[in-house]
Design a protein around this ligand. Sequence first.
Ligand code: ZN
Length: 157
Amino acid sequence: MRLDRNIKQKVHDPYDDRRKYPEGTYCPECGALYQGGRWKWPEKKEVTGQPCLCCACRRIRDRFSAGEVYLSGRYLHVHRSEILNLVGNIIRQEEVRSPLKRVIDFTEDAREVCVRLTDNHLARHIGEAVYRAYSGELEVKYSEEEKFVRLYWCRDA
Ligand SMILES: [Zn+2]
């Protein structure tokens, strides 16, 4: 029998990014490697550890986001490609740095653009970068334990 030291935790979070894995564990989906206590992109292709889906791939598989960014307003429709370029650049840069910072999905309709992400910091980074570059209004909403964040950016004129 195994004692669960996390028994005080109210809800078991299957996507907990702080969960520890044995060194050398690799993700069979994206190829990330668990090394020095965190998921990284491996320098070499060789694998020695056990396969285990990384937190980001688990979130992508279940479409369970850690952060969401909503962009809307008249200004967005006029400068759409420019703004989405900025968002895309941030995502690419962050993804190169960490396997845990990835896109789950990207949806757009006539009213708004929504980007759902595997990492709450990445969501903040995107929302704040758009706000810094294009001003407008930014609203940030956290869940109770600050694990989940939703950002709404809007600019009309
Ligand atoms: Zn993975």
